[in-house]
Design a protein around this ligand. Structure first.
Ligand code: SF4
Length: 448
């Protein structure tokens, strides 16, 4: 299929992780490009955090707080220290982005950053001899890590201020999660989306419209991995509908695959036009053909629409999925890889992998090789359809990702990484002398 003038924009809505891009748009963009579709992507989650935690963002936060009659204690503390927050926000973000490593020394002196309530947690580690209370975690030489931890506490203080004074739904890894998580009806979301904008909404909408203007897409894909990204995804959709009403909007991703399988409320289609289930490749190819007039609506694949009678209709022409060996290589092209924030939240060596460092995300196989756990919904496509590829192809993907991103760390995001494939992969890496670090989830079982 050649779609050179038909541009597809995939968006990561807030909030997801901030240390590295959530991989869904990288997969789909890589796949669409491998089929000669003009595909681009943007991370609105990171963009929102960078806009909010900037000197202009802090000014806007302070201006809102000044108009309020009563504030919480931590908001009052923030206002007292506002000049220090404003002068430290940009250098601290640059430090967390890995752009100014020597700032660690000033941060570690503990008189550079204003310290709010989040720093009180450090008191539990008090050293009775008056030494460094964090020495147990970072030793004498772990100055970069220690400063990253302190800078993360500082950002957490700021996030608390935003939650108290601006938008009670705001958190770093999720936004308005309770509106979408296990809700029996669409009412809470639809009520929230009808409310006037908060400062966070305003920034989100501005950013979405700027991104739209920059790319001028013919289709927008919203990839929603968790309930904590649904509200923002629909706010983005609402803004696109208001300003560019003719542009089709497609909703997909992990949240949709698990929570919206029984979708029946047509109000969701006030915001989006199509909702696709499970692996997005085949449904999207069918949808793009449909949007270009090459395929009738009745031949869509795993797609919900609102039909002419105003009802939700599920259309699923049985068509084979794109095999894992043909999904192409993810691409991070277009994402600001140097702007992600390496946060160090929890002082636990395993947990830090999740929030620290720019890991390339890749799957070793599609689906789960085990699919026997009784608590798991093994009928879902992303678990039941186990499909691998050759170690040669995986290492080809790894090499091209390293060449593109310059990063040699990989997080294998399989639900349970398959031991046989890992072994073959490790042998192929050794054989080709490709040196990377990798980690992932496994079932702790005999073959491992
Ligand atoms: S290993 Fe994980 S994905 Fe596989 S069946 Fe068990 S719970 Fe499900």
């Amino acid at each position: 299929m050649s779609n050179v003038s038909f541009r597809v924009l995939s968006l990561i809505p807030p909030m997801t992780q901030l240390n590295t891009p959530y991989p869904s748009t990288a997969y789909i963009t890589g796949f669409l490009r491998s089929r000669q579709v003009d595909a681009v992507q943007a991370d609105i989650a990171l963009g929102l955090v960078l806009a909010l935690f900037s000197t202009e963002g802090l000014d806007a936060i302070a201006a809102e707080i000044e108009s309020q009659e009563a504030v919480t204690e931590r908001v009052a503390l923030f206002m007292e220290q506002f000049a220090r927050y404003k002068s430290t926000i940009t250098p601290t973000l640059r430090f967390l982005q890995g752009k100014d490593s020597t700032l660690a020394h000033r941060i570690n002196l503990r008189n550079f950053l204003p310290e709010g309530p989040r720093f009180e947690g450090l008191d539990v580690y008090v050293d009775e001899d008056g030494g460094d209370p964090l020495a147990w975690a970072f030793g004498a030489l772990g100055s970069q890590d220690k400063a990253r931890h302190l800078a993360t506490l500082y950002l957490n203080d700021l996030a608390d201020v935003v939650r108290d004074a601006i938008d009670p739904r705001f958190e770093f890894v999720r936004y308005a999660e309770s509106l979408a998580g296990s809700q029996p009806t669409f009412d809470p979301l639809s009520d929230a989306l009808a409310q006037p904008f908060t400062l966070v909404d305003r920034l989100l909408v501005d950013l979405s419209l700027q991104t739209f203007k920059q790319h001028q897409p013919q289709v927008v894909l919203l990839s929603v991995p968790f309930p904590g990204a649904v509200y923002a995804a629909l706010r983005i959709a609402q803004a696109v509908k208001a300003h560019y009403p003719g542009t089709p909007i497609v909703l997909g991703g992990g949240y949709v695959n698990t929570e919206l399988r029984e979708l029946s409320d047509p109000r969701l289609f006030d915001y989006v036009d199509f909702v696709t289930l499970d692996a997005g490749e085949r449904p999207l190819l069918a949808l793009l053909e449909h949007l270009q007039g090459k395929r009738g609506q009745s031949r869509l694949v795993r797609t919900f629409i609102r039909n002419a009678q105003g009802q939700v209709q599920y259309i699923n022409l049985a068509e084979a999925d794109v095999p894992f060996s043909e999904v192409g290589t993810p691409t991070w092209d277009g994402l600001p890889l140097n702007s992600y924030l390496s946060l160090l939240d929890m002082l636990n060596p395993m947990h830090r992998l999740w929030s620290d460092g720019r890991w390339n995300k890749l799957t070793v196989a599609h689906g789960c090789y085990w699919k026997k756990c009784s608590f798991c919904d093994v009928s879902l496509d992303y678990i039941s359809r186990y499909e691998g590829t050759t170690a040669t192809e995986l290492v080809n993907r790894i090499e091209s990702i390293v060449a593109e991103t310059g990063q040699t760390g990989f997080h294998f995001v399989d639900e349970a990484a398959p031991p046989k494939a890992l072994k073959a992969l490790a042998a192929e890496l050794q054989e080709r002398n490709v040196s990377i670090s990798w980690w992932g989830n496994i079932r702790f079982e005999k073959s491992i």
